[in-house]
Design a protein around this ligand. Structure first.
Ligand code: ADP
Length: 431
């Protein structure tokens, strides 16, 4: 029904009722009493209106807590509509507050930095990542010009040139940041920062790895090519010389093969497509194999002992053979003749451990933290002479990582080195 009619019909009915009442009073008590009754009724109505008006004004002063009365006549509708409006408003407000809290939380957790600035780059707001990346403190720096807060020349140039369609790569506080300004609304700009330190480091490692691998392959290839050229240009070379050239070529070929195999092993260990499939590792058999291989490499030049006093574990036999084999072969390769090498498997503090102790050349302390880096060698020529690829300890590190095991290195130059691999207690194989 028409809203106007809904309002006016009850008013007209009430008026008609009043007039009808007044008519009846007139009929029985005369016009003076009727007039007095009408005036009285009008005064009561006026008082009622004033009462509700007062209640409304009181409610408007504090609309949230005070409750509106039910009202009378037209006031009933007015009050109920006002009440509904207020309720909807409170609901919207609650939704907005919740949404804002969620938005703030998301912004707080965002790994990328976001800062909102006005058109002249005064900081209005930023998230914790932006504070970290740019060294800002929202409470302290709010309202300051961003170019006064980040004073790196490259950043200032970026702002001055205003070529915001391209991001800027910035070295700031020992981190690599990718920064971009995005204009939004008519008088605001967003500054987005992304920390690319880690991806840059991975990229650098990849580049270094390729450069190192190419370099490692180039040397034996050059040697082999050189001898092949000699053989081609001098067909009448003496048999003895030819044989010595062939022997050197075989050695260099073997070196390349070792390198490629180690690189493939590393790639496989790093690949997520090859998850560890734990099986029972027969420790005694494995340790005896490691000892035999070490003895073969040593060819009687060292004394190699073995002690096995610990349980079997869960893990990959092949990977552990490769890791333990690398540690044992290093001990042989870096221990002068007549030295001793002790291989041991035992339980210590409820954790199984593999220990290789040699009486070799030792390692100076400054090298120890870098030994597991790919191609890191303390003495390049000694490593090459003994067929080292520089990847052995990198392989060890990856295998141990996949077994939740840790490696510790204890060494004294000219006295010897002890490599200890500690496995977690939970890796013990339970029958
Ligand atoms: P490499 O193939 O050169 O032996 P590794 O990654 O196995 O490469 O070892 C890295 C470097 O650590 C070696 O070049 C060597 O300088 C040092 N190293 C490893 N094991 C020993 C050891 N038992 N005694 C002395 N130095 C060692």
């Amino acid at each position: 029904m028409n809203r106007r009619l809904v309002f006016w019909i009850p008013v007209a009915l009430r008026l008609m009722l009043l007039l009808a009442g007044a008519g009846i009073v007139w009929y029985f008590f005369g016009p003076i009493v009727a007039l007095a009754a009408i005036v009285g009724a009008m005064l009561v109505m006026l008082a009622t209106q004033l009462h509700y008006l007062f209640q409304l004004s009181d409610w408007l002063d504090n609309p949230s807590s005070a409750k509106l009365p039910d009202g009378w006549g037209a006031w009933t509708g007015i009050f109920s509509r006002l009440y509904k409006l207020r309720r909807d408003d409170e609901k919207n407000q609650a939704e907005l507050t919740e949404w804002l809290a969620r938005f703030r939380q998301a912004m707080r957790l965002l790994p990328d930095g976001v800062a909102i600035m006005d058109d002249v780059l005064f900081l209005e707001w930023c998230n914790p990542a932006a504070e970290r990346h740019l060294g800002l403190d929202l409470e302290r720096d709010k309202g300051m010009r961003v170019t006064n807060l980040v004073r790196t020349p490259a950043f200032i140039d970026y702002i001055v040139l205003g070529r915001y369609e391209q991001p800027l790569t910035l070295s700031l506080r020992e981190r690599k940041l990718i920064v971009q300004i995005i204009p939004f609304e008519s008088r605001r700009q967003i500054l987005v920062t992304h920390d690319a330190t880690e991806s840059e480091r991975v990229e650098m490692m990849r580049r270094d790895f390729i450069a190192n691998a190419s370099h490692e392959l180039r040397t034996p290839l050059t040697v082999i090519n050189g001898f092949l050229e000699i053989a081609f240009n001098q067909p009448s070379l003496e048999l003895q010389t030819r044989m010595s050239h062939l022997k050197l070529m075989i050695e260099q070929g073997q070196r390349m093969q070792n390198l490629v195999e180690d690189m493939l092993t590393l790639t496989r260990l790093e690949s997520v497509e090859y998850p560890l499939r734990p099986e029972r590792v027969d420790i005694r058999t494995l340790m005896e194999q490691i000892q035999h291989e070490a003895m073969a490499l040593s060819a009687g030049r060292h004394h190699i002992s073995l002690e096995v006093d610990g349980p079997d574990i869960k893990g990959s036999t092949d990977e552990l053979r490769s890791a333990f084999g690398n540690l044992a072969s290093n001990a042989v390769r870096y221990t002068p003749e007549q030295g001793s090498i002790a291989l041991a498997w035992r339980m210590k503090d409820n954790r199984p451990e593999f220990v290789v102790k040699d009486t070799g050349i030792g390692i100076r302390p400054e090298h120890i933290s870098r030994l597991t880096e790919r191609f890191y060698r303390v003495d390049k020529s000694r490593s090459r002479e003994t067929q080292g690829t520089g990847l052995g300890l990198a392989i060890v590190k990856h295998v141990l990582l996949r077994h939740d095991a840790t490696l510790s290195i204890d060494s004294e130059p000219d006295k010897g080195t002890t490599f200890t691999v500690k496995f977690p207690g939970k890796s013990v194989y339970a029958e």
